[in-house]
Ligand binder design. Structure first.
Ligand code: FAD
Length: 626
C-alpha cells in the first residue's frame, strides 16, 4: 500500500474552557447522585403499553405535512434537520421518547444510569444457544435509545467511520452512490473536528471543520492506554488516524463530545434548528402504523398521551426508527415476509424480507488483565471540577475505552481489510446500572471479575464481518408488544465467526506478551466459567466452551431492512432508500446497512441521514425546476 503523508497535528478548530462556580459543583453532585440512585431502582419496560390509547375511537386528523420522519435518533435527527433547511417544506418529526436531559449530557452517565431509565427501550434477545449463556435466561440485553438523539443517548460516542472497502462493497452489491468516494464528503459535511490530543495524528484531508457534529479525542490518556498503544506498535501497527487514509493501525479514540458533553444527534443536529417555523417535533409520540392504500403511502397513525392521531404526508414518510423498530413498524403495516405476516393476521401489502438478515459485530467480554500500574481514584467533587472546568476526565468519557486497534487474522484474505477490532479499557469498565441491565449470571461475572480494580484493564475483542444472521419478528399484530429479537450470534454453519473469535483470542494473548505489557507485569486474570472448568484452561476446547458464556452481540445491529436492488434476494429498500414496491416510503437508519462495516456504526447513521437528505432534495428540487 502507498504511504500517504498528509498527516497534520494541529488544533483544527479552537477549543475554549468553561468557568464554573461552587454552586455548579454542588448542583452537579446532587444531579449525579440522584440520577444514579434512580437508575438502580428502575425497572426496564417489557412492552409499549404505556402509550396505549385509553379510549377506542377513530384517530383525530393531524393534518398534512410534506415529510413525516418517524424516529429522531442518530439518523432521523439528521434527516429532519437537513430537510427542514428547505423553508417551504413542512417537516413533522414523531419520536416515541423525550428530549435529552442535562443529566444525560454528562457523557459518563449513559453508562452509569441512562441505560437503566426511560431513555432505553429495554429490549432483550430470545434465549440463545451459542452466545449470551453468561446472562440470565441466556438472553442478551439489547439497549436501544428512546428520545431525541436515539441510541446516541446511550452509546459510547466512539467516532469511527469504517474502512473504504466496506463502502466499495456496498456499491458493488448494486447500490450506486454508496462507494467510499461518494460517502466521504457526507461524513465530512457533518463534522467539526477538534484535535485535542497532541500525540495522536489527524489526517486533515479526511476531516473538516464547522459541521454540526463535534469530533475530538478523549483526554487525558491514562498510562495504561499508552502501554496498549506501545504494545501494538511493537506488534507492527502504525499510530494512525483510522478515519483517515490508513485504516489499519492503532489510535486513541475519536469521540463525539464537546467540552466532554455528549454530542448525540439530537443535541448536534436537531436542537440548534428547533426554532424553524416549518419544523415540528412531537415527543412521546409512538407511531403504530404506516397507512398505505394500494401501494401508495398516505401517512401514519400515532399515539400521544393516550390519543390516536392520523397524519398525512404530501411527499413522503421516512422511517428512521432503528434496526429493531423500523422492521417492526413495517411489518405491523403489512410490509414483510408474507408467511410471517399472515401467521399474525396482518394483511400483506408487500412481501419483502423485512426483519431478516439481522447481523451484528460480536463482543467478547472477560479478557481481563491485572497490572502493576494503579490509576488514581478521584472524589466525585474532583471529577465534577475536571468536567465543568476543562471538559475532561472521568465524567467526560462514556467508559475508559481509550484506544482502538484493527488487525487482520489469517481467516481474512485481503491484507488491507481488517477483521478484528480490539478496544482498550482501563479500570471501571462497568457500572452498577450496566451490570443490572446486562443481567450477568453471578457465577460468570465472578469468573471475569477484576474489571473494577484500579490496576486492571480489559481488552474488548470484536470480530468484524460476521457471517451469522438473526431476525426481528413480530410477537403479534399488537403494536404495543415488543418484537422478538434473535441475534443468533456465533451460529454460522461454517463456523467462520467462531474461528475468527479463536484467532482474535490468540492475537490478544500475543499483544499481552509484548515488552510493553511485560514491563507493567500484565497477567491474564479471567477464570473459567464453571460450565467449562472441566476443560484445560486456554486450550481451543476451553475457549470454544467459554466464548458461549462471555460473548454477546455488540450493539451494532444492521441489515433488517437491507438496501439493495433485488427484493427477490431479500433487499427491502433500493439505493435511494425507497421501500421496494411501495411509493412515498423510505427507510433511513442502521437497518438499511447492506453489509456490516469495519467499525462502530453511529457515524455511518449520520452519513445515511445526510445522504437521504441529499437524495430527497435532488429529487424534489430538481424536478421543480423543470
Ligand atoms: C450501549 C451502546 C453503545 C454504543 N456505542 C457506540 C459507539 O460508541 N459508537 C458507535 O458508532 N455506535 C455505538 N452504538 C451503536 C449506535 O449508537 C447505533 O447503531 C445508532 O445510534 C443507531 O442509529 P439509528 O438511527 O439506526 O437508530 P436510533 O438512534 O436507535 O433511533 C431510532 C429512534 O426512533 C425512535 N422510535 C423507534 N420506534 C418508534 C416509533 N414506532 N414511533 C416513534 N419513534 C420511534 C426511537 O425512540 C429512537 O429515538 C452503541 C449502541 C449501544 C446500544
Amino acid at each position: 500500500m502507498l504511504l500517504h503523508y498528509s498527516y497534520y497535528i494541529f488544533p483544527l478548530c479552537i477549543s475554549l474552557s468553561w468557568s464554573y462556580t461552587e454552586y455548579d459543583v454542588e448542583r452537579y453532585e446532587k444531579l449525579i447522585n440522584d440520577g444514579i440512585s434512580a437508575s438502580l431502582n428502575y425497572v426496564l419496560p417489557t412492552d409499549s403499553r404505556i402509550y396505549e390509547p385509553k379510549l377506542t375511537r377513530l384517530p383525530i386528523d393531524f393534518g398534512t405535512w410534506d415529510f413525516i420522519v418517524v424516529g429522531s435518533g442518530s439518523t432521523g435527527s439528521v434527516v429532519a434537520s437537513r430537510l427542514s433547511e428547505i423553508s417551504n417544506w413542512r417537516v413533522l418529526v414523531l419520536e416515541a421518547g423525550e428530549f435529552n436531559s442535562e443529566f444525560n449530557t454528562i457523557t459518563r452517565m449513559s453508562y452509569e444510569a441512562t441505560i437503566m431509565s426511560d431513555y432505553n427501550w429495554g429490549y432483550y434477545s430470545v434465549p440463545q444457544n451459542n452466545s449470551c449463556l453468561g446472562f440470565e435466561e441466556n438472553r442478551c440485553s439489547h439497549p436501544r435509545g428512546k428520545g431525541i438523539g436515539g441510541t446516541a443517548l446511550l452509546n459510547a460516542l466512539i467516532y469511527l467511520r469504517g474502512n473504504k472497502i466496506d463502502f466499495d462493497k456496498w456499491c458493488g452489491m448494486g447500490n450506486p452512490g454508496w462507494c467510499y468516494e461518494d460517502v466521504l464528503p457526507l461524513f465530512k459535511k457533518s463534522e467539526d473536528i477538534h484535535a485535542t490530543d497532541p500525540e495522536a495524528p489527524i489526517d486533515a484531508s479526511y476531516h473538516s471543520c464547522g459541521g454540526p457534529l463535534r469530533v475530538q479525542q478523549q483526554m487525558p490518556k491514562s498510562d495504561l492506554t499508552t502501554v496498549f498503544i506501545q504494545a501494538n506498535m511493537e506488534m507492527g501497527s502504525n499510530l494512525s488516524d483510522l478515519n483517515g487514509y490508513n485504516q489499519t493501525g492503532v489510535m486513541p479514540f475519536q469521540v463525539n463530545t464537546k467540552f466532554g458533553r455528549r454530542q448525540d444527534s439530537g443535541t448536534a443536529f436537531l436542537l440548534p434548528v428547533l426554532n424553524r417555523k416549518n419544523l415540528k417535533v412531537l415527543t412521546k409520540s409512538l407511531v403504530t402504523k404506516i397507512v398505505i392504500r394500494g401501494n401508495k403511502t398516505e401517512g401514519v397513525i400515532f399515539v400521544r398521551n393516550g390519543i390516536q392521531y392520523k397524519v398525512r404526508a404530501r411527499k413522503e414518510v421516512i422511517v428512521s426508527a432503528g434496526t429493531i423498530n423500523s422492521p417492526q413498524l413495517l411489518m405491523l403495516s403489512g410490509i414483510g415476509p408474507a408467511n410471517h405476516l399472515s401467521s399474525k393476521g396482518i394483511p400483506v401489502v408487500k412481501d419483502l424480507a423485512v426483519g431478516s438478515h439481522f447481523s451484528d459485530h460480536i463482543q467478547v467480554y472477560g479478557l481481563v488483565f491485572s497490572s502493576n500500574v494503579t490509576s488514581p481514584i478521584h472524589s466525585l467533587r474532583k471529577k465534577i471540577e475536571e468536567y465543568l472546568g476543562e471538559g475532561m476526565g472521568f465524567l467526560s468519557k462514556f467508559a475508559p475505552s481509550q484506544a482502538v486497534v484493527y488487525y487482520r487474522t489469517p481467516i481474512q484474505a485481503n491484507p488491507d481489510y481488517p477483521n478484528i477490532e480490539l478496544s482498550f479499557q482501563d479500570t471501571n469498565a462497568t457500572s452498577n446500572a450496566l451490570t443490572k441491565c446486562q443481567r450477568w449470571k453471578p457465577e460468570v461475572s465472578d469468573a471475569i471479575a477484576g474489571i473494577n480494580s484500579t490496576s486492571s484493564f480489559q481488552i474488548f475483542l470484536t470480530p468484524l464481518h460476521t457471517k451469522s444472521q438473526g431476525t426481528v419478528r413480530l410477537k403479534s399484530s399488537n403494536p404495543y408488544e415488543y418484537p422478538i429479537i434473535d441475534p443468533n450470534v456465533l451460529s454460522d454453519p461454517e463456523e467462520h465467526d467462531v474461528r475468527t473469535v479463536l484467532e482474535g483470542l490468540q492475537l490478544v494473548m500475543k499483544i499481552i506478551d509484548t515488552e510493553a505489557f511485560k514491563k507493567v507485569n500484565a497477567q491474564f486474570s479471567m477464570k473459567s466459567p464453571p460450565a467449562c472448568s472441566h476443560l484445560e484452561f486456554r486450550t481451543e476446547e476451553f475457549w470454544r466452551c467459554a466464548i458461549k458464556y462471555i460473548t454477546s452481540h455488540n450493539n451494532h445491529p444492521v441489515s433488517t431492512c437491507r438496501m439493495g436492488p433485488s427484493p427477490e434476494s431479500g433487499d427491502v429498500v433500493d439505493a435511494q432508500m425507497r421501500v421496494h414496491g411501495v411509493e412515498k416510503l423510505r427507510v433511513a437508519d442502521a437497518s438499511i446497512i447492506p453489509l456490516s462495516t469495519s467499525s462502530h456504526i453511529n457515524s455511518i447513521c449520520y452519513m445515511i441521514g445526510e445522504k437521504l437528505a441529499d437524495i430527497v432534495k435532488n429529487t424534489y428540487l430538481i424536478k421543480k425546476s423543470y
